[in-house]
Write a protein that binds this ligand. Structure first.
Ligand code: F6R
Length: 607
């Protein structure tokens, strides 16, 4: 996730671009850059760090030309640096490109371009784009861009600026957002509406497979083949702050709704008909077979993702796994040696305890794999291998899309280990891969149930205590559901292994304590149902969560939220979504500060 902006009109472009980028900083903020057409060619200025660093570098002495492109980056391929910042250029400096998304086949394109004599200088996937435009350019920018579209695969929104076509910007969209703003003798293109709101409220949203050619007089939309398209212009009514949240009331709700996209991006380029491809993990089958033990180490929500990871790795790769809370790990003299694999999970990649655990594990000789969301973070720099979760920046303190993508990361890594060890049949791997491909659409289906969950959450306004129960993977998700509710609605919530209730906790169940009973794990479904009946018999109000088709559950609960059916191992990725929504709407109903809950910070960089 990055932010891109383009301008063509009559005003000096750079201040407009920088102002637009400021509104897009929520999409990424590790580096930024602008490119404008100057008399001598294309002027490019870029800087690592937040936008202020770019502003400092630009100073007051920049070209006053009236067309350009800008970018604020959230690193995917290549760490944050001046060189990796956008815009990227071709060999001759005739073209500049800003891009948001992932070019899946960039490695093969890069090799091909190098064979053709191109010099690529950054570590990014984006850099292939200006070089491809350069390769195909024969006097017409639009034709060249169309030819590039025939070569690239992946998710992208990009804007291209050409020295030889001084009155034209070309922008395209495939699976990454792009809006066009219509001004008076000026046009804007951006990743999101807030970037253009200070200039115009007239806009339309490009759909996948669409291209817009902007000149000073008109905006012409076509499909990738060049067939003209009509767009319906609409007037934005939101204010700028609401627009930054994409029209959602809070960042948390926006991020919950981004999960289908985040899951899709995290899977992108990592699945094949034979299973999982994790090019970023550099372990041979021999090395994998050498591991006698795995430790998963993390904090909070990331630790909950680790609990799911343990189950998957043990089930699929048959290696014993321990899951540790990072702040406990290094003080308990863990038994680690060179036959130990340590997996650290961290959204921010900066959590002090997780980082300290990583360092301790390395010191003791373990091989360390990090699952993180932030390219260039301390964890990503210090681990031996990194599996990135492409969730994009998470702004709300309560983690949502980071968790679901961490689960996807653990599924991918579990399959990777199993493939290397030969512990799963091809048939089973293919069944999981098929189910993984369906996940983004299924997550979207779950989100369609938000209104029902909102209604249920209203009954939590006066609740003091609640329990989340489940068995196996459902228990792991129960922990995440209870943490979400606690941290943003301040309701005391506990997660319990459903079968353990009768060993004490059942004494706390009354009609005042709602219970969320999760029953997606089919091997223990009947047993979980019995435990749900136990709490129901103590007058608790029970909300059940089960797969569609398990209709008998409704007899034992007050309400049921049904989920689209997937394989048991992937269920947590869907199950957590109603729990996130329940916490969110309960928090709103209780008048809490959803995005900034009391006493909490997004990134805990102290012990
Ligand atoms: C809860 C939450 C925290 C984080 C934890 C670890 O919603 O966000 O529990 O999961 O502080 O943070 P990272 O993943 O950045 O290491």
């Amino acid at each position: 996730m990055c932010g891109i902006v383009g301008y063509i009109g009559k005003q000096t472009a750079i201040p407009i671009l920088v102002e637009g980028l400021k509104k897009l900083e929520y999409r990424g903020y590790d580096s930024a850059g602008v490119a404008v057409l100057d008399q001598d060619g294309i002027f490019v200025c870029k800087s690592v760090g937040k936008l202020v660093a770019l502003e400092d570098k630009l100073g007051d002495e920049y070209p006053s030309t009236s067309m350009g492109i800008g970018h604020t980056r959230w690193a995917t391929h290549g760490r944050p640096s001046d060189l990796n910042a956008h815009p990227h250029s071709d060999c001759a400096g005739d073209f500049a490109v800003v891009h948001n998304g992932i070019i899946e086949n960039y490695m093969e394109l890069r090799e091909w371009l190098v064979e053709q004599g191109h010099r690529l200088v950054s570590e990014t996937d984006t850099e292939v784009l200006p070089h491809l435009v350069e390769h195909f350019y024969q006097g017409d920018l639009v034709t060249a861009v169309r030819k590039v579209l025939g070569k690239i695969r992946g998710a992208f929104a990009m804007v291209v600026l050409s020295r030889s076509d001084p009155d034209k910007l070309v922008a395209v969209r495939q699976d990454s957002p792009l809006v066009v703003g219509l001004g008076d003798g000026e046009f804007f293109v951006a990743s999101d509406i807030p970037a253009i709101l200070n200039h115009t409220r007239k806009t339309y949203i490009l759909a996948d497979g669409e291209m817009v050619i902007l000149t000073r007089n008109r905006a012409e939309v076509t499909d990738f083949q060049g067939n003209p398209l009509e767009k319906d212009v609409f007037e934005v009514k939101w204010d700028a702050v609401a627009a930054e949240k994409g029209g959602y009331e809070h960042f948390m709700l926006k991020e919950i709704h981004e999960q289908p996209r985040a899951i899709r991006d995290t899977l992108l380029g990592r699945l094949s008909e034979y299973g999982v491809e994790l090019q970023e993990v550099d372990l041979t089958a021999e090395e994998v077979n050498h591991f006698r033990k795995v430790f998963i180490v993390a904090c909070g929500t990331a630790w909950h993702a680790g609990l799911v990871g343990k189950s998957l790795i043990e089930r699929w790769a048959r290696i014993p796994v321990e899951v540790d809370i990072a702040s406990e790990f290094r003080y308990r003299s863990p038994l680690i040696d060179q036959e130990t694999l340590v997996v650290v999970i961290s959204q921010s990649g900066e959590t002090a305890d997780t980082l300290a655990a990583l360092r301790e594990a390395k010191r003791l000789g373990a091989h360390v794999v990090a699952v993180t969301n932030v390219v260039g973070s301390s964890v990503s720099r210090e681990a031996h291998d990194v599996i990135y979760t492409w969730a994009g920046p998470e702004i709300a303190v309560a983690s949502t899309k980071a968790y679901t993508t961490q689960l996807v990361g653990m599924v991918l890594f579990g399959l990777y280990l199993a493939q290397a060890k030969g512990t799963l049949s091809l048939e089973k791997i293919q069944a999981i891969v098929t189910a993984l491909k369906e996940l983004p659409g299924q997550a979207q289906e779950v989100l369609h149930r938000a209104a029902v969950i909102e209604k249920l959450a209203k009954s939590f306004v006066k609740v003091e205590d609640t329990f989340f129960i489940g068995r196996g993977l459902d228990w792991a998700v129960a922990m995440e559901g209870s943490l979400k509710l606690k941290e943003i609605s301040y309701i005391h919530a506990e997660a319990y292994a459903a079968g353990e209730l009768k060993h004490g906790t059942l004494a706390l169940i009354t009609e005042e304590t709602p219970v969320i009973g999760i029953a997606t794990q089919m091997d223990v479904y009947e047993k979980t149902l019995s435990n749900i009946k136990e709490v129901k018999a103590r007058d608790a109000k029970v909300i059940g969560i089960a797969f569609e088709g398990n209709n008998d559950i409704h007899k034992s609960v007050d309400e049921v939220i049904y989920l689209p059916k997937t394989v048991s191992e992937l269920a947590p990725i869907l199950t957590v979504i109603p729990l996130q929504l329940l916490a969110y709407y309960a928090s709103v109903a209780r008048g809490c500060d959803v995005d900034k809950p009391r006493n909490l910070a997004k990134s805990v960089t102290v012990e």
